[in-house]
Design a binder for this molecule. Structure first.
Ligand SMILES: C[S@@+](CC[C@H](N)C(=O)[O-])C[C@H]1O[C@@H](n2cnc3c(N)ncnc32)[C@H](O)[C@@H]1O
Length: 415
């Protein structure tokens, strides 16, 4: 058996307890429905209409469960508009994913065991959206894997990809090499024991020990195996990822969280920023990744056609509805009122984003239902001098900060 397949058969990843579905839904990037709508469909996708999603290398089911639940919720009671196809090499991982779907009573997922490399022959149809999270970097031939995904993508479809990034994983690869040297010939369970002993005694100068933002191995054995005893794993810089994606005939559309890929998030020197402003968005992202040095993984939305300008929702129209993710508008308004600053922490770095004067009043009114036009009307009633252009400028600044940390998306009327 292929060593990667054997690993995930023995240690399905991530470890999940199906009973936990009774109490919580795991929502994350890529593939959170409002997020993928924002980045790939300009916020205009109508999820009451048929929508087919493939989760390629679905593991123990996080993305398949999230998408199936969100699609079921979006299409309403009795609706069967959204359909999820789960595919993974590991029968053990599939078992957990199926058990999770059963606990939730989801009947809009079909489960398949097999390799994504065989997709063009599997006859599963074409897909409006493909999630491939943490999988391509484990393939012997990642370009062949992405080509197989591209072959089953619908004409205007999009993908949400996650691959490892090198700088934030500083220390991982030397430790992986040491563990291969030390115990590569032993059964995996024994290697887990030896790895724990080795980690416990790493010298202070060791790069893995000096990287405090790598904690997966502490969560459990499956996580330790995935991080340190992987049979095959590589990391991609932004330019390497862009090359992988364009090599498959796809267009890179957006990196998430956007603010982490903007040099101005970290720098203030006008002379430096002026030179960087001339670069295109992917070159600026490559610079920001090198500059911050703490990005452990990239989430990239890509598409078969279009550009960031045509595919990503932008705050322009009064009909656009802003949606906060994992935040409540009124609570957030209160939190930022005093110093008009949004704070966020990413892998050890605290970032501060200045907000405009009207940010609290705008955030107070964001509830996932009110449109920008409706919010403007309410504020205009309080201050008759606030015209649409001034309001939009204030909203755009607020949006840049919150969308930058991936907490604010836009939904638009379906076209
Ligand atoms: C790190 S896990 C990620 C699981 C899931 N996508 C997530 O993010 O939670 C990688 C998964 O990819 C699967 N995998 C690896 N190579 C594959 C292939 N060629 N075809 C399908 N699945 C594959 C593994 O079995 C494993 O379940």
């Amino acid at each position: 058996m292929d060593p990667v397949a054997a690993q995930y058969e023995a240690y399905p990843y991530p470890a999940r307890d199906p009973a936990a579905e009774k109490t919580r839904l795991i929502v994350g990037s890529p593939s959170n429905l409002p997020e993928l709508n924002h980045y790939l469909f300009a916020g205009r996708r109508d999820f009451t209409r048929p929508f087919r999603a493939l989760v390629a290398g679905g593991g123990t089911g996080d993305a398949a469960i999230m998408l199936a639940q969100q699609l079921a919720d979006a299409s309403g009671p009795g609706g069967d508009a959204g359909e999820v196809v789960y595919l993974d090499l590991s029968a053990a991982a599939r078992k957990t994913a199926e058990a999770r779907a059963e606990v939730r009573g989801l009947d809009n997922i079909s489960f398949h065991t097999g390799s994504l490399l065989d997709l063009p022959e599997l006859d599963l149809g074409s897909f409006d959206y493909i999630d491939c999270c943490g999988v391509l970097h484990h393939l012997e031939d990642p370009p062949a894997g992405l080509a197989a995904l591209a072959a089953v993508l619908a004409e205007d479809g999009g993908l949400g990809l996650m691959v490892y990034a090198p700088y934030g994983r500083n220390g991982v690869y030397p430790l992986q090499a040491m563990l291969r040297q030390l115990a590569g010939d032993l059964p995996l369970a024994e290697r887990v024991g030896l790895a724990k002993r080795l980690i416990a005694g790493l010298p202070e100068t060791n790069a893995f020990r000096r990287n405090p933002f790598l904690g997966d191995h502490r969560r459990g054995d499956a996580e330790l195996v995935d991080l340190l005893l992987h049979a095959r794993d590589r990391a991609y810089t932004v330019p390497e990822l862009a090359e992988l994606v364009t090599g498959a005939g796809l267009a890179p559309i957006a990196l998430v969280e956007p603010a982490r890929y903007r040099p101005e998030t970290y720098l203030a020197a006008p002379a430096v920023l002026k030179r960087l402003a001339a670069l295109d968005w992917l070159d600026r992202a490559a610079f920001a990744e090198r500059l911050a040095g703490n990005v452990k993984k990239h989430v990239l939305y890509a598409a078969s056609t279009g550009t960031p300008e045509t595919r990503v929702a932008a705050p322009e129209d009064p009909e656009a509805v802003p949606l906060l993710f994992d935040l409540e508008g009124p609570a957030l308004a209160k939190a930022v009122q005093r110093d008009l600053t949004l704070k966020a922490e990413f892998d050890g770095l605290t970032l501060r984003f200045p907000l405009p004067r009207l940010a609290p009043a705008i955030l107070q009114r964001i509830d996932g239902r009110r449109s920008l036009g409706a919010i403007h009307e309410e504020l205009h009633a309080l201050d008759a001098s606030l015209d649409w252009t001034d309001f939009l400028a204030q909203f755009r600044e607020t949006f840049a900060a919150l969308n930058g940390i991936n907490r604010l998306f836009l939904r638009q009327p379906p076209s």
